[in-house]
Design a protein. Structure first.
Length: 289
């Protein structure tokens, strides 16, 4: 769920983004059927160099016929710093398609976002910028404010750690995760976390999702349909948390917004904002622990 800088909650949550390879058109509809809040058909890393054109054609054909009732469906282009990425963007413009979002990998410059924004002019297609290099992270605050079309920053942890000359671990990802979450929150846009690569380790996936939620990430990416529900469930409040959130909002409203004690604890406007977010997510049900 994205949260604007004024602190109010957005009812339309984006908790999980599921990647599906652009070269596997038989998987597109199956990915959507998972109920993931967002589905991203990938033209970048998941597609071999010789399959780029055919994958792009398959993605465009699917987008042209996708029912409006589907989840938010978008696509990841190749980096706009490459000829391949610029071709992806030009072909998208020529197609006249308006996907729910376009993900741009390895973003380092505001100009990349402005170029994509110009191509998407006249549509409500959103942009997601992947931060995957030290330069991208250092300039992320400027990137986050480049265009109102930008709906989220995404941490590309594994490319980032290679560029950083480090080793992938919770410790090595911690600083860039915190920095990116702070920048996204300040800009009032979403913040997506890198996928969890061990698709058979649900306990590890749940634990990592809880940890990035605590850091301020509004969503986590997935690479397998089995990961979608565990991720999306972790963003929901429990029944007890939802009940308390409703009582917090009611108590502060009854007290004209002034701080008040509830169940022996002080509640004020920051607590109310968190409660409003829980209630917004609670529209999708309560988490079953």
């Amino acid at each position: 769920m994205s949260t604007p800088s004024n602190g109010s909650a957005v009812v339309n949550p984006r908790r999980c983004l599921l990647f599906v390879p652009g070269s596997r058109p038989e998987r597109y509809a199956k990915a959507v059927a998972t109920g993931a809040d967002q589905v991203c058909i990938d033209l970048e890393d998941a597609v071999a160099p010789g399959d780029k054109d055919s994958a792009r054609a398959s993605v465009f054909a699917f987008l042209a016929d996708a029912p409006e009732s589907y989840s938010e469906i978008g696509l990841r282009l190749n980096p706009l710093s490459t000829e391949l990425g610029r071709k992806d963007l030009a072909e998208l413009k020529a197609s006249g398609l308006t996907p729910a979002f376009v993900m741009l990998p390895k973003v380092e410059t505001v100009q990349e976002l402005l170029d994509a924004d110009a191509v998407l002019a006249g549509s409500d297609t959103g942009l997601i910028a992947q931060i995957e290099t030290p330069r991208g992270l250092l300039d992320a605050r400027e990137l986050a404010r480049a265009t109102p079309r930008l709906q989220a920053l995404m941490f590309g942890g594994f490319d980032f750690i290679v560029a950083l000359r480090g080793r992938a671990s919770w410790e090595s990802f911690f600083h860039p995760r915190v920095q990116l979450a702070v920048i996204a929150a300040e800009a009032g846009i979403g913040c997506l976390d890198v996928p969890y690569l061990d698709i058979k380790d649900e306990a590890g996936l749940v634990a990592e999702t809880d940890r990035v939620i605590a850091l301020g990430f509004t969503a986590k990416a997935a690479i397998h349909p089995a990961q979608v529900d565990p991720i999306q469930q972790r963003y929901l409040p429990t029944a007890e948390e939802l009940d308390r959130a409703k009582r917090v909002v009611a108590a502060l409203q009854a007290n004209r917004g002034e701080a008040i004690q509830l169940d022996g604890k002080l509640v004020d406007r920051p607590i109310e904002i968190a409660a409003e977010r829980a209630i917004a997510l609670g529209v999708h049900g309560a988490r079953q622990d």
